[in-house]
Design a protein around this ligand. Structure first.
Ligand code: NAP
Length: 385
């Protein structure tokens, strides 16, 4: 029996994890479920998954939980309790699926405790990738990507020598605005932006997919996860979202991983690579699918992809600025404070205003992150938000 802590249990990835775990009750048991403030969802999960403890990182959510939680389940509040749940000696696997850099302390605690970490929370690798992967190596923690593209690449790399790799290729669906007239993008609503054609995801990542910030963040994530230089990283539009990622080798072959777009696949892989677990996703009917299409990414339509090259060519402070400004601008768009097209513009302005330097430790990560968030808020106001 493997014991799990699920960080971000109340979110969309959390739902995929719950689904896979419930199919394999003989293999996995839940030590802790960690949510932020969605009490209703936490109650449902606590009833079905029967954890030892639940944690709400927002203490104000706890009173509504008490009295309804199944008897015997311990209830805790705050990020410190989430960190304790991620590093508890009984826990074998931690799924890191909080949204944003807020997920970094608990995910980092899991790698410091030498856990196997199924990492969905890409923002923590963008913000502190070097520190995160060095900490994992120092403590013997295994980091397995839950992001579908990176899970695909992880599978395509298995059994191959690293020097044989010529290129890592992440696929992108192109999001809801792949074919929309760019002149109309300024008036896009949050409802239109979160309506992803292929994936059902949380609001933040759905908007990131629409701006292509998601793919940009994923290139930075791949750099750290797979320890490859930026020039070996690329992305390609594949509207069907069936091929999730590819690795091109020096002999001209490309290995690709294919599956229906359903996060239970990468979740099952992160929980147990071999033998593979039944994940619940439907088998792929290639004849019914008929064709796969590919398209280069238009950087005029998706300026985030131009900007990320600059960030990848720069030092740590650039990626911190890129992520922090995006989190703030993404939220401002969802709150209808700024136009869709202002998101990447604000990220670019914050990156431009940031000194390009390497960052030594976590304290400096957080102080730079805070400063970039402040700057982004200033830019939002300048854009009328
Ligand atoms: N969804 C996908 O298909 C997908 C695919 C690849 C990667 N990812 C990555 O996985 C992560 C989660 O995505 P998601 O789509 O599952 O997001 P989501 O549905 O919005 O869920 C986010 C989770 O994080 C919690 N949370 C929110 N703010 C928090 C805070 N300040 N501190 C601690 N916890 C907080 C939420 O708690 P409450 O709901 O209880 O407030 C919820 O459990 C993101 O990094 C995303 O980029 C997602």
């Amino acid at each position: 029996m493997k014991w799990l802590t699920i960080l971000g249990a109340t979110g969309s990835i959390g739902a995929s994890v719950a689904d896979v775990v419930l199919r394999h009750k003989d293999r996995f048991a839940v030590h802790a479920l960690v949510g932020h403030r969605n009490v209703q969802r936490m109650l449902e999960l606590a009833r079905s998954l029967r954890p030892v403890r639940v944690v709400m990182t927002d203490p104000e959510a706890v009173p509504a939980l008490r009295g309804h939680i199944p008897a015997g389940v311990q209830v805790d509040a705050g990020m410190e309790a989430a960190i304790a749940a991620a590093s508890d000696a009984k826990v074998d696997i931690v799924i890191a699926a909080m949204v944003g850099a807020a997920g970094l302390p608990a995910a980092l605690a899991a790698v410091e405790a030498g856990k196997r970490v199924g990492l969905a929370n890409k923002e923590c690798l963008v913000t502190a990738g070097r520190i995160f992967m060095q900490t994992a190596a120092a403590h013997g923690a295994e980091v397995v990507p839950v992001d579908s593209e990176h899970a695909a690449v992880h599978q395509c790399l298995a059994g191959h020598a690293r020097e044989s790799v010529s290129r890592i290729i992440l696929t992108a669906s192109g999001g809801p605005f792949r074919n929309r007239d760019p002149k109309t993008l300024a008036s896009v609503t949050p409802e239109e932006a979160v309506a992803h054609p292929n994936w059902d995801m949380g609001a933040k990542i759905s908007v990131d997919s629409a701006t292509m910030m998601n793919k940009a963040l994923e290139l930075i994530e791949a750099r750290w996860l797979f320890a490859v230089p930026p020039e070996k990283l690329s992305a390609l539009i594949h509207p069907q979202s069936i091929i999730h990622g590819m690795v091109e080798y020096v002999d001209g072959s490309i290995m690709a991983q294919l599956a229906e777009p359903d996060m239970r696949g990468p979740v099952a892989y992160a929980l147990q690579m071999e033998p593979r677990l039944v994940s619940g996703i439907p088998f792929l009917d290639l004849a019914a699918r008929g064709r796969f299409d590919f398209q280069r990414i238009d950087e005029e339509r998706f300026p985030a992809m131009r900007l990320v090259r600059r960030v990848l060519g720069g030092q740590d402070s650039m990626a911190i600025a890129f992520n922090a400004a995006n989190e703030v601008a993404n939220r401002a768009f969802l709150a209808r404070r700024i136009a869709f097209t202002a998101i990447v513009r604000i990220v670019e302005e914050v990156v431009e205003a940031t000194e390009d330097v390497s960052v030594a430790g976590l304290d400096e990560v957080w102080s730079r992150d805070r400063e970039c968030r402040r700057l982004a808020e200033e830019r939002i106001q300048a854009h009328g938000g």
